[in-house]
Design a protein. Sequence first.
Length: 80
Amino acid sequence: MNPELLSILRCPETRQALAVADAAVVARLNAQVATGSLRNAAGQPVTVKLDGGLVRADGKALYPVRNNVPVLLIGEAIAL
């Protein structure tokens, strides 16, 4: 992700800064996607593998990145 873009992106819910998720976190979440056990903040099952993610500064939520585009919708956040 472009560092300049990342520096201006914020969590839409709390306005906290976002950072690129560690590959191990993304792999763990993708394992949950594969088993059908991962749900987003809206309570919907996450059925599409994550290409990456942006983690909120407090480490409590991840916003998925799909096709190199961050999905910054509150309902799409995944609790960590």
